[in-house]
Design a protein around this ligand. Structure first.
Ligand SMILES: Cc1cc2nc3c(=O)[nH]c(=O)nc-3n(C[C@H](O)[C@H](O)[C@H](O)COP(=O)(O)OP(=O)(O)OC[C@H]3O[C@@H](n4cnc5c(N)ncnc54)[C@H](O)[C@@H]3O)c2cc1C
Length: 377
């Protein structure tokens, strides 16, 4: 089997992997992205908040992702049926765009930056060593020599395992999540509404296109079997207890297909080893109530691209730069994960939730949460 050489091998073609590939490709790096699926991932996040939009704008991608996407500027929160707060996002608000569409736009831009994608290609082995290129062996026997390896391969990262980096996964066991796509109703077209109940339920209604809406339902695991086995009447009975301004959506729930989603937080002990580093969900995962995973991942990819280009192929310098400029990202991620934990732990109780809630973080992102990482160069 042939051996290919490149400057940077990125494992995983999700948002993190594709965006980093684009930044590096534009700066003349030879990049190969290895993706186990037949194309970019089809399921994932829907909201890109202002900090992530600002990152994309810095790289001339704002128009591309904004075109045909939905813009919203308000989220209204309810508790046991009462409106309790509203956050307004200034300057064009945030973007709603199904994950696959967003990633595909970045992926398509990669072609002009000369990035090579190998789909249906998982890794069998990754060998990294002091100061020498990494060697990846793929399932089909192909080999890839890379000056830098990035694990952007999601929460179960094979790169992280190959690097023997310890991780801690904590499932959010008190709430089980279900999601369905339904026809758009007038109330959802009007406003994004997120409802919480003191019984440990929540539900979020928002549009994903001009004629479709997404409905998330979170519920105590002990209720899930009963509710989703007994069928939609039982679900509607529960929702009617705390959903007050979205009843025009109830009819649409009758025919919905509910997909179950498991959500966990993830923390890891290190973000790199020598010339290999982790990005996005391979490095951290927070509760989706923060709505910030993609924004932080895009910023991380920006930092990684700068570090890799600044190292210029010098393995020792790369290691130092990753320590100095990329490892400190763990502090920002830890704060975000802690924040997501706090939201998930308090939403049943109105006062505790409002005390934990940080509108500034949703609007401005980490700029208001953490100091900048120290710079080495
Ligand atoms: C339910 C839920 C809702 C969310 N909502 C939001 C939101 O609204 N806003 C927001 O900002 N964030 C949200 N997030 C977080 C967001 O989804 C992540 O931050 C983002 O997807 C991270 O992208 P990624 O590229 O790291 O990972 P992924 O998108 O998971 O991509 C990983 C890629 O690696 C591939 N892969 C895996 N293993 C291998 C292997 N061994 N070899 C080759 N390829 C491999 C996978 O097939 C996949 O394509 C949400 C998360 C969840 C769980």
């Amino acid at each position: 089997m042939a051996t290919t050489s490149c400057d940077v091998a990125i494992v995983g073609a999700g948002l993190g992997g594709c965006f980093l590939a684009l930044l590096l490709g534009r700066r003349g790096q030879r990049v190969v992205v290895i993706e186990q699926g037949p194309s970019v991932p089809s399921a994932g996040a829907d909201f890109l908040k202002p900090p992530g939009l600002r990152v994309l704008a810095r790289h001339g991608l704002a128009d591309l992702v904004g075109r045909n996407g939905l813009r919203r500027d308000t989220i209204r929160y309810y508790h046991d049926g009462d409106p309790i707060q509203e956050i307004r996002f200034p300057d064009g608000g945030f973007l709603i765009r199904p994950y696959r569409e967003l990633v595909e736009l970045i992926y398509t831009s990669c072609a002009m930056a000369g990035v090579e994608f190998w789909f249906d290609a998982g890794i069998d082995d990754l060998a990294t060593g002091e100061g020498r290129p990494a060697e990846l062996t793929l399932h089909d026997g192909r080999r890839l020599h890379a000056g830098v390896v990035i694990g952007a391969d999601g929460t179960k990262s094979a790169v992280r395992q190959a690097l023997a980096i310890e991780q801690c996964t904590m499932p959010y066991e008190r709430v089980l999540m279900r999601v369905a796509t339904v026809p758009l109703s007038a109330s959802v077209a009007q406003l994004n509404r997120l409802y919480f109940s003191s019984d440990g339920w929540f539900t979020y209604f928002y549009p994903i296109s001009r004629d479709e809406a997404r409905v998330f339902v979170g519920l105590p695991p002990e209720d899930d079997k009963e509710i989703f086995q007994d069928g939609i009447p039982a679900l509607l009975d529960e929702l009617k207890k705390f959903v007050t301004d979205s009843s025009d959506t109830f009819n649409h729930l009758q025919a919905a297909t509910w997909q179950r989603i498991k959500v966990s937080s993830l923390r890891v002990e290190a973000y790199h080893r020598g010339n290999a580093a982790l990005l996005g969900s391979a490095a951290f995962a927070c509760h989706p109530m923060t709505g910030m995973g993609m924004s932080y991942t895009l910023r991380d990819a920006e930092i990684l691209a700068d570090v890799i280009c600044a190292a210029g192929g010098d393995a020792e310098l790369l290691d130092r730069l990753l320590y100095a400029r990329y490892e400190p990202r763990r502090h920002a991620h830890r704060q975000l994960i802690d924040y997501g934990d706090a939201l998930a732990a308090t939403f049943r109780d109105r006062a505790s939730y409002l005390a934990a809630f940080r509108p500034d973080l949703h609007i401005h992102g980490e700029a208001c949460a953490v100091p900048d990482a120290p710079q080495l160069v």
